[in-house]
Structures are given as structure tokens and as C-alpha cells.
Design a protein around this ligand. Structure first.
Ligand SMILES: [Zn+2]
Length: 218
């Protein structure tokens, strides 16, 4: 399976579209990768070496992408994304393919017709979604706050993770200190689980969008 060793974005924390790896629908079309039933690998090279690659499977009106990503040095994650393809007429006749951006921003599917998708985080999205505060960034934030909550649990002698029962007050710790840490940890975890719920909601919207009746746009 293809892989992206995606590090943490530099500086402002928001990668510029140009610095991200991208997929160009016209190039894929010219290489024959959009023909229904075609499958294979698309790769990115630097100085003659393959630095990233993804698996593609083309269908009549969409392209399935499967790959692995690694955000900020974390664990590798398997990702499957389905991108709708439409063909629209050109002013000089004929039809050319476009991606329909599967990005989800603030709970809404983007759906823009674009020729290029970037991968600023886990998913391939259009330039516009890439510029906005994209889900991958809030997911990154989620990881950070959960790590903070886990640290507090461990400081109290417990196990990390919301699934573990909350640790008892360690011997020698003031009740007041313990209550303060407990309130803070539970507060963080409640925030995180709400954010996670929102993220799952976005994923559901994304899946519904790809399953929606597909039609050619001319
Ligand atoms: Zn978009």
C-alpha cells in the first residue's frame, strides 16, 4: 500500500497548496489512469527516488485512492478515499474530466469541480479546502489534547485513554489538587469526544456524498 510520510506542517502550521503533493486529473487522464477498471500505483519522485505513492482503482465515474499516511511522526494510518469524476464540455468541443472535491469543511461537503487535489493531511482535497481550516488540522489538535489528558491520567498513576477508569487519588496528594486535575482531565476528554463526534459526522457526510447518485455534469 502506498505511503505518505507526512510531517508536521512548518511555521504557521498550514501547508501551502504548492508544497503538498497533488493529483492532476488531466495528467491521470492522459496516462490512461481514469479508464474504468484501471488500477495501479501513482507515485511522487524526488531526485530520482520514490518519496510517496498511492494505489488507484478507476471506475466509470470515480477514482478510489488507498494509501497510508503518517501525521506528525505518529502511527501509519490506512486511508481509503473515493473521489467522484465528472466530464464537462470544453469551449473547443469534447469533454474533459474533473475531480469533485470530497473535502469536508465545517460539516459541509465541498463538491467543487477541480482539476487538482492536494493532500495537506489525511485526505486529498481542493485548493480551497486546503486553505480553510481543514479537518486534518482539528484532528491534529485532537491528538494533542488527548495526549495532554493522558499525561494527567498517568501523573495520577492511571492508564492513558478515556476507556480506562479514572485513577484514584494517589497517596500524599491533596484532595483539592486531585479534584482540580480530575476536573481538568474530564473537561479535556469531554471536549475531545465532542470533537471526535463532529469528525465522525463529517466522515458520514463524506461517505453519503460519494454514495449519492452519480451523474455526469455537462
Ligand atoms: Zn474542496
Amino acid at each position: 500500500m502506498g505511503g505518505f510520510g507526512s510531517g508536521r506542517p512548518n511555521g504557521s502550521g498550514r501547508p501551502k497548496a504548492e508544497s503538498c503533493r497533488s493529483l492532476d486529473v488531466n495528467r491521470l487522464h492522459h496516462e490512461g489512469c481514469l479508464r474504468a477498471g484501471w488500477y495501479g500505483i501513482w507515485q511522487w519522485m524526488r531526485d530520482g527516488e520514490r518519496v510517496a505513492w498511492i494505489n488507484l482503482l478507476a471506475a466509470f465515474d470515480h477514482l478510489d485512492l488507498t494509501y497510508r499516511v503518517r501525521i506528525g511522526g505518529g502511527d501509519w494510518e490506512d486511508i481509503s478515499e473515493s473521489v467522484r469524476i465528472v466530464h464537462a464540455g470544453c469551449s473547443y468541443g469534447g469533454a474533459r474530466p474533473y475531480f469533485i472535491c470530497p473535502g469536508v469543511v465545517k460539516g459541509r461537503v465541498c463538491g467543487r469541480r477541480v482539476t487538482r487535489l492536494y493532500v495537506p493531511g489525511r485526505y486529498f482535497v481542493c485548493r480551497h479546502c486546503n486553505r480553510l481550516s481543514y479537518a486534518s488540522q482539528s484532528e491534529g489538535g485532537l491528538d494533542r489534547i488527548l495526549r495532554r489528558a493522558n499525561k494527567m491520567r498517568q501523573r495520577l498513576g492511571g492508564d492513558p485513554g478515556m476507556a480506562s477508569s479514572f485513577p484514584m487519588r494517589p497517596k500524599g496528594m491533596w484532595q483539592r489538587t486531585y479534584e482540580r486535575l480530575r476536573r481538568r482531565t474530564v473537561g479535556i476528554e469531554t471536549c475531545a469526544s465532542e470533537a471526535m463526534g463532529r469528525h465522525i459526522g463529517k466522515l458520514k457526510v463524506r461517505i453519503a456524498a460519494t454514495n449519492r447518485k452519480r451523474s455526469f455534469c455537462r
